[in-house]
Write a protein that binds this ligand. Structure first.
Ligand code: MLC
Ligand code: AMP
Length: 523
């Protein structure tokens, strides 16, 4: 579509830009070091970065991968990528070389942006994979990306996009196998942001404390889009620090966090009703919020946390109400399907056919709606496997979560059919860690499980079986893992056993292991 097309531009950036306040000199973002970015700064800097990307002469629809620490400039790179009509691929900076190599080889980005301290090894593997442009971007407004962008014009016409055009790729393991790139369109992201703006009742004058990483759905989309689409100021923290959050509460109205952030806030004496008096909304998601945390937070702050549920493939799916008129916020539930989102709980037969379950019964959670992704990047077979074909005219995505509705339409997530651990809001795939362990000298097999952890919700634990005659040191194996995988995936505990419990079919009984060791982090 040419830039001057008269049809409506569905570019997500255009909608975010249209929501900027009329007075562009107001504060859009205030950083923890006191730097102020006005809305005009966001407009100009995103234009300059968009001009830089366009000037690289990369194909339309090219992927821009970012392995950069959280900074306002990294957010600007995301906005510029949308603005110029390219596809953004955020990568957690905890990922190490082998992990990054997989994403880069699989996504084939045209541009990679990395931290200056990682430029040596990242550029080496990126160039090897055929990436044409590698830039650096530091946390202190440093690096070659900004040096180059500084030479660009600060005027830029937003690229024309249709709602189905790809805006971002988020890698996730979904229910099985190797990491897959969930393809999210401009329409997926914008429809969800608009629904949340209304359902959470964003108000003029709201101020968001942004304390989450911007590599994933929660911090990049839910939090940033929410504030931008409301023209709201963000109080920006490079890294979560409970004291820094509490210090900002009197100037803020909205906070979003994974459950670990709430557990850590509760650990601070400064979390009081007084400190929270100016706040309007606390949102939790990405992992189950324990009912004790929900209740303790209510007592200490006087606020009822709004828990919602979503995924990389779908953005947000269900939510407890933002407004009293839409109902109560019920702890232990993830609320009701968001307007326009289809959520059903089904029993799945061996042949894959499904039957709808009534309220109260536990089954597989499946979803559909304008927010649900189109499929996995270059994996049509995997995509087909994860959607139902039961012929009700809609494509239902199998979330891999297990839940039940109550009589009032509130959903509770009771477990997962996918083998996934969520630790401090980050996903850890046991199969990936087991793969690394099983390749180590002397290891016959291993089972990686998640066990209740007071801080992270679930803590990663490895149970390792040696080959006959081999003597293994569990700590040494874990130390070896540290050099290969992101730090949050490294097991917090590991031990060596003679064999793993199996069922009659020979399948490892992880539930038996979980039961046997469930108190491991209790102290
Ligand atoms: C850090 N560590 C973790 C960890 N984060 N261990 C397990 N799980 C985690 N999540 C470990 C590191 O490996 C390191 O160990 C030590 O803690 C200190 O590292 P750190 O980086 O200084 O940690 P900290 O700043 O305390 O980080 C904790 C955290 C962070 C909770 C603030 O994990 C975080 O920001 N989580 C949020 C994740 C998130 O945004 N998820 C949204 C996904 S979107 P060592 O041994 O190496 O020293 C999604 C969809 C949806 O799920 O619905 O939203
Ligand atoms: P991700 O792949 O990182 O997007 O993680 C998505 C998964 O996080 C979902 O499939 C759920 O298993 C889990 N999740 C997200 N929000 C919640 C919540 N509020 N309660 C329970 N699980 C959640």
């Amino acid at each position: 579509m040419p830039k001057n097309s008269t049809s409506t531009n569905a570019n997500l950036f255009a909608a975010l830009r249209a929501a900027f306040p009329a007075d562009l000199d107001r504060t859009a973002i205030e950083t923890d070091s006191g730097l102020i970015y006005t809305w005009r700064d966001l407009e100009r800097a995103s234009a300059m970065l968009a001009n830089l990307l366009e000037g690289l002469d990369i194909p339309r629809g090219a992927v821009v991968a970012a392995h950069a620490e959280k900074s306002v400039e990294a957010l600007l790179l995301y906005l510029a990528t949308l603005r110029a009509g390219f596809v953004y691929l955020p990568l957690n900076t905890a990922y190490q070389a082998a992990e990054l190599e997989y994403f880069i080889t699989n996504a084939e980005p045209a541009v990679v942006v990395c931290a200056p301290k990682n430029f040596g090894w990242v550029s080496k593997l990126a160039f090897k994979a055929g990436v044409a442009h590698v830039f650096s971007l530091g946390e202190e407004r440093d690096g070659s990306l900004l040096d180059r962008a500084a030479l660009m014009s600060d005027k830029h016409e937003v690229a024309h996009k249709s709602a189905d055009d790809l805006a971002a790729i988020l890698y996730t393991s979904g229910t099985t196998g190797r990491s897959k790139g969930a393809m999210l369109s401009h329409g997926n992201l914008l429809s969800n942001a608009q629904v949340l703006k209304d359902y959470w009742d964003w108000q003029p004058g709201d101020v968001l404390i942004h304390a989450l990483p911007i590599f994933h759905v929660h911090g990049l989309f839910v939090a940033s889009h929410g504030a931008l689409l409301n023209g709201s100021t963000m109080l920006w923290l490079g890294k979560f620090d409970p004291k820094a959050v509490i210090a900002r509460l009197p100037r803020a109205t909205v906070f979003m966090g994974v459950p670990t952030l709430y557990v850590r806030l509760l650990g601070e004496a400064g979390l009081t009703r007084e400190a929270c008096a100016h706040m309007r909304l606390f949102v939790s998601g990405s992992a189950p919020l324990l009912i004790e945390t929900f209740r303790d937070f209510q007592t200490r702050s006087g606020h009822t946390i709004l828990e919602r549920y979503g995924m990389s493939e779908t953005v947000m799916l269900t939510s407890n109400p933002g407004r009293a008129i839409d109902g109560e916020r019920i702890g232990g539930t993830v609320g009701k399907p968001l307007p326009g989102v289809g959520v059903r709980v089904v029993a799945t037969a061996e042949d894959g056919s499904v039957s709808l379950l009534p309220a109260g019964e536990i089954g597989d959670v499946q979803v559909c709606g304008p927010n649900v992704f189109a499929g996995y990047w270059r994996m049509p077979e995997k995509t087909a496997e994860e959607f139902t074909t039961d012929g009700d005219g809609r494509r239902w995505f199998k979330t891999g979560d297990v839940g039940r509705f109550d009589d009032n339409g509130y959903l509770t997530i009771v477990g997962r059919s996918k083998d996934l651990i969520i630790s401090g809001g980050y996903n850890v795939y046991p199969a990936e860690i087991e793969g690394y362990l099983n390749d180590m000298a002397g290891v016959a097999e291993s089972a990686v499980i998640g066990l209740p952890h007071p801080d992270f919700g679930e803590g990663v634990v490895a149970v390792i079986v040696p080959k006959p005659g081999a003597k293994l040191d569990a700590d040494a194996l874990v130390a070896q893992l540290k050099s290969s995988i992101a730090n949050y995936k490294v097991p917090k505990r590991a031990f060596v056993v003679a064999d793993l419990p199996r069922n009659a079919m020979g399948k490892v009984q992880k539930n038996v292991l979980r039961e046997a060791h469930r108190e491991i982090f209790a102290s």
